[in-house]
Design a protein around this ligand. Structure first.
Ligand code: PLP
Length: 420
């Protein structure tokens, strides 16, 4: 029989609860599939970050890409966090959720002119600039707007984060940032540009990092550059070390904590006296969320069993694109177990949540929970196969609130119908 995976999704009398909300009863009320988030899980992890870095001036900018539901963003904003964005759309959502502009940093290799104008007019804390051409374009646009843009340079420290190649971003061969050996020249150019304020230095080496020692290497290289810049008379205000802290996906995972991160990076950053910026996404929200879905059919082939559920890769694409593992449990604790592929209804062989998984023996109508789904779940969802995106629900103690309505067919086709 399944045990408890974390403190926020626990079995009580054989039924899975999110905090004090019975997920079977919730499913009866709101229908399936739906994402459910524990507010307590979010607040606890915010406090872990805050406590871990409380001795050093640190701005924690939540990476919206992990989950940009407005109600979730409000929780981060109300708790004093800033925002790390990568698009005009994320800037729009960050502002809508109430984040002040002086707590917003903006990365991304391909910012369009319209996005740059938008962010300049919002007077954000910093553009994290990823190429020489981008520096020149921001300078030119800021000039035309009669403004000065705050910029940091995203350096690529060539450090292997020892994670999935698709989420490794700080290697020389990756498209992100300016190579560390070219960064000094880039800074010298940037400080001469009339419409730029050069305010910081940025790096982000990857996501789902389980070994914090890779941060040591990246931050040491970054700080080394800070000293070189100082020698050239280029004084910065902050050092932004990105996000990336890993989370528990497998039951046996033991991910590093914000305290491990602080113990690793603060001794190095402290020497510079620069303010620190962090950009955690996954580690703030992943554990808080689960995707609840209903078994439509159970299908037995000769040597193989399939559990076909009413959610698919359009709701949670991580297994399909990264072969990512999500732990899957039944919402009702079962005495007997089975081994099966847990698959969605989408017409792709890659549409699975787990292959050859041992789970409680389920039947048509049973509910299952796909855990650690709070990050890069709903934010990566699509309408593939013309499937309305799942509802989202926030649990707080024994209360729940729908924080995103289930999409319907009219919503999905609206912009096509309008031009028919
Ligand atoms: N900052 C930048 C620039 C990123 O690209 C990412 C993720 O890709 C993040 C922060 C958030 O990373 P994570 O969700 O692993 O904390």
């Amino acid at each position: 029989m399944e045990g408890n995976f974390n403190d926020y999704f626990v079995y009580k009398n054989g039924k899975l609860y999110c905090e004090d909300v019975n997920l079977e009863s919730l499913a009866l009320k709101v229908g399936t599939p739906f994402y459910v988030y524990s507010k307590k899980a979010i607040i606890d992890q915010i406090n872990n970050y805050k406590n871990a870095f409380k001795d050093y001036p640190t701005l924690i900018c939540y990476a919206l890409k992990a989950n940009s539901n407005l109600s979730i963003l409000r929780i981060f904003e109300e708790n004093g966090l800033g925002a790390d964005i990568v698009s005009g759309g994320e800037l729009y959502k960050a502002k809508k959720a109430g984040f002040p502009s002086n707590k917003i940093v903006y990365a991304g290799v391909g910012k369009t002119d319209a996005e740059i104008i938008y962010a300049i007019n919002e007077n954000i804390l910093s553009f994290n600039v990823e190429s020489l051409m981008e520096l020149e374009v921001i300078n030119e646009i800021a000039g035309k707007q009669h403004r000065k843009a705050n910029v940091s340079i995203r350096i690529n420290p060539d450090v292997d984060p020892k994670t999935h190649p698709y989420i490794s971003t700080g290697l020389k061969k990756s498209k992100f940032g300016i190579d560390i050996d070219q960064a000094l020249e880039a800074y010298k150019k940037a400080v001469k540009m009339e419409h730029l304020n050069v305010v910081g230095i940025h790096c982000h080496i990857g996501s789902q990092i389980m070994d914090v020692s890779v941060y040591k290497e990246a931050v040491e290289k970054t700080v080394d550059l800070v000293y070189k810049l100082k020698k050239e008379g280029i004084e910065l205000q902050f050092i932004d070390i990105g996000g990336g802290l890993g989370v528990k996906y497998y039951p046996e995972d033991n991910p590093p904590t914000p305290y491990d991160l602080a113990n690793t990076v603060l001794p190095i950053v402290r020497q510079t006296g620069l303010k620190l910026i962090l950009e955690p996404g996954r580690s703030l929200i992943a554990q808080a969320g689960a995707l609840i879905t209903k078994v439509i059919f159970v299908k037995d082939k000769k040597d193989k069993h399939f559990v076909i559920v009413d959610s698919g890769m359009n709701d949670l694409v991580r297994p399909a694109i990264y072969n990512a593992y999500h732990h899957i449990v039944t919402v009702e604790q079962k005495q007997e177990s089975m081994v099966a592929d847990i698959v969605g209804p989408v017409c792709e062989t890659g549409d699975f949540f787990g292959l050859d998984r041992k789970i409680g023996k389920v039947n048509r109508g049973d509910l299952i929970a796909i855990l650690t789904a709070g990050a890069y779940g709903s934010s990566m969802a699509s309408n593939y196969n013309v499937r309305p995106k799942a509802m989202e629900v926030l649990v707080d103690g024994n209360n729940y609130k729908i924080i995103k309505e289930r999409e319907d067919y009219h919503y999905i086709t609206k912009f096509e119908e309008e031009v028919l």
